[in-house]
Design a protein around this ligand. Structure first.
Ligand SMILES: [Zn+2]
Length: 101
């Protein structure tokens, strides 16, 4: 049987980079793949509990502030906001803006 992350990749939910991170032992529920402002798909590692909060779909509107995360791989901080995906009226994607302090 294929591991969960291979199936998630086949469904288009995670990037190839995320698959490689899983192969190196990062749990799937800690992988977060928001877009950057320039449209690039990032691969971040975030506390699972925090990621579960960010991933909630209820009451999401484009641009809604979903808080900040710290990438456990690089230590960089990002502000996260809800964004439209490729489906009409769906707002399941996120945009991450790096916070430089
Ligand atoms: Zn969507």
């Amino acid at each position: 049987m294929k591991p969960d992350y291979e199936l998630a990749f086949e469904r288009g939910e995670i990037t190839q980079k995320a698959v490689e991170a899983c192969r190196q032992g990062i749990p799937l529920d800690e992988l977060f793949s928001p877009r950057s402002l320039s449209g690039e798909r990032l691969t971040l590692r975030v506390e699972a509990q925090k990621l579960a909060r960010i991933s909630r779909r209820e009451n999401r509107v484009r641009g809604k502030n979903l808080g900040t995360v710290t990438d456990l791989i690089t230590g960089k901080h990002y502000r996260i906001e809800a964004a439209n995906c490729s489906l009409p009226n769906c707002c399941c994607d996120c945009i991450a803006t790096e916070i430089r302090r």
